[in-house]
Ligand binder design. Structure first.
Ligand code: PHB
Length: 390
C-alpha cells in the first residue's frame, strides 16, 4: 500500500472513530427507551393500565424526562400468558433495544422476564408480580421490584385473621402467585395460633367458583382467605356474597377489593383487607398523587398505579445519579439500591434482594374507598434467604 493510501486509511479510521463517539454521545442524550411489557388484554387488563398510567404520570410530572433525558415508550401486550413471555421480552430487548423493561402483573410471565433480563443484563423493574424467586433464588443486581413478594401480603393477612379466628380455609388460583400467597397466609395465621384446615384451588384464570364455595360451606371454618385477582376478584366477591357466606365465614384477602369497589357494589362493603397501600391513606404524597392521577385519567388510582409510579421514581433515582448515562450501570444500581422513595404508600426502601420493605395496612371497604384503619406490621421485608446478591 502506498504512503498516501495509508495516510487516507488512517484519516478515515480517525473520522469513523470520531463519528462513533459522536453517535454515542448523542445516544446518551437522546431518549431512554422504556419497554412496558404488561397485560393490555384479558383478566389483568385494568392492572396493566394502572401500572402504565402511574409510570407515565411520574414522567409527565418531570416534564417528560427521566434523569434529564426524554422518554420513549415501547409497549407489548403480554396477555398474562407465560408461554409467550420469552418471545415478548426478547422483542423488547433484542429488537427494540430498550434501556429498561417494566413488567409485569402475572408471576409466571414476570419470572421469564427476569430470566431474559439476567441473560442479557437488561435492567428490569417489576411493578407488580410477586413471584418469590424474582427477588429470591433468581435475584440479580439488574432486577428490582417496586411492588411486593407474594409472601408479604399473604403473611400480613394471616396475622390479621389470627387476631379473631382459629381455623381457616384458603381458595386460590393454582399458579405461583396463588401458591405463594397461601403459603404466606399460612405462616402468618399459624404464627398467631391459627390452623389452615384445607387449601382449595382452581386453574388461572378460571372463575367457576361455585364448587369451591360449596365445599367451603361444608367445612365451616371460622374464616376464609382468597387469592384471585383482577376481573376474577370482582366475580369472586359477588359470588361469595350471593352464596350467603359473607356474614357466616369472614373473608380475608389482600387484593380482593383493590381498584374494583365500584364494580363489586354491596358485595364488597365492609370487607377487611391488608395491603401496602390504601386509597384512603392519609399522607401529603398520597393526597397529591390522588389529585394528580384523578386529574390526568379521570379515575382514582389503585395500588397498581402506585407501583407503576414508584417504578418510574426508582428508575429516575438511578438515572439522575449518572446524569442520564445508562452505560454507568453499576453506579445506577447502587443509587437505586440506596433510594428512599417518597411513595404514596409511605416511605419505600429496598432490601438486599431488591424487594420493597414496607408497612402493611388494614383497610375496610367503604363506598369506593379502601379506608385505612390500622397498620398490622411495619417495615415488613421478605426474608429472601435464597438471594445471593451481596
Ligand atoms: C401475580 O401473579 O403475582 C399477581 C397478580 C395479580 C395480583 C397480585 C399478584 O393482584
Amino acid at each position: 500500500m502506498s504512503k498516501l493510501s495509508l495516510r487516507n486509511l488512517a484519516r478515515t479510521a480517525a473520522a469513523v472513530a470520531v463519528a462513533a463517539a459522536g453517535a454515542c454521545a448523542h445516544a446518551q442524550s437522546g431518549p431512554v427507551k422504556v419497554g412496558l411489557m404488561l397485560p393490555y388484554s384479558g383478566t389483568f387488563t385494568d392492572l396493566g393500565k394502572g401500572v402504565t398510567n402511574g409510570f407515565k404520570l411520574y414522567v409527565q410530572e418531570q416534564g417528560g424526562k427521566l434523569g434529564g433525558r426524554p422518554v420513549e415508550y415501547l409497549q407489548v401486550d403480554d396477555e398474562s400468558d407465560p408461554s409467550k413471555a420469552n418471545e415478548n421480552a426478547n422483542k423488547l430487548v433484542k429488537r427494540d433495544k430498550v434501556d429498561v423493561m417494566v413488567g409485569t402483573i402475572h408471576s409466571g410471565v414476570a419470572s421469564t422476564m427476569a430470566k431474559v433480563a439476567r441473560e442479557t443484563n437488561t435492567l428490569l423493574l417489576v411493578p407488580n408480580a410477586g413471584a418469590g424467586e424474582i427477588t429470591g433464588a433468581m435475584c440479580s443486581p439488574n432486577v428490582f421490584r417496586t411492588s411486593f413478594s407474594n409472601w408479604q401480603p399473604g403473611y400480613a393477612s394471616g396475622l390479621l385473621a389470627a387476631k379473631k379466628h382459629k381455623t381457616a380455609v384458603t381458595i386460590s388460583w393454582k399458579y405461583a402467585a396463588g401458591d405463594e400467597s397461601v403459603k404466606g397466609f399460612r405462616e402468618g395465621f399459624e404464627k398467631g395460633g391459627g390452623k389452615v384446615l384445607k387449601d382449595l384451588n382452581l386453574p388461572f384464570p378460571n372463575v367457576e367458583f361455585q364448587p369451591l364455595l360449596t365445599e367451603l360451606a361444608t367445612i365451616k371454618p371460622e374464616a376464609a382467605y382468597v387469592f384471585v385477582a383482577g376481573a376474577g376478584q370482582v366475580k369472586f366477591v359477588k359470588d361469595y356474597a350471593a352464596a350467603g357466606l359473607k356474614n357466616s365465614i369472614p373473608l380475608y384477602g389482600a387484593f380482593i377489593t383493590e381498584g374494583t369497589l365500584a364494580a363489586q357494589g354491596d358485595a364488597a362493603q365492609g370487607l377487611q383487607t391488608v395491603l401496602h397501600y390504601g386509597d384512603g391513606l392519609k399522607n401529603p404524597k398520597n393526597d397529591a398523587f390522588i389529585a394528580a392521577y384523578t386529574k390526568a385519567y379521570g379515575a382514582r388510582p389503585d395500588v397498581f398505579a402506585v407501583q407503576g409510579y414508584d417504578a418510574a421514581q426508582l428508575y429516575d433515582a438511578g438515572l439522575k445519579a449518572v446524569k442520564g448515562d445508562t452505560k454507568k450501570k453499576a453506579e445506577m444500581i447502587k443509587a437505586m439500591e440506596n433510594a428512599k422513595i417518597d411513595s404514596p404508600r409511605g416511605r419505600l426502601t429496598f432490601s438486599k434482594s431488591h424487594n420493597p420493605v414496607q408497612d402493611y395496612y388494614v383497610r375496610v371497604a367503604k363506598g369506593t374507598e379502601n379506608v385505612v384503619t390500622d397498620t398490622i406490621v411495619k417495615a415488613l421485608a421478605d426474608p429472601s434467604p435464597d438471594c445471593k446478591i451481596q
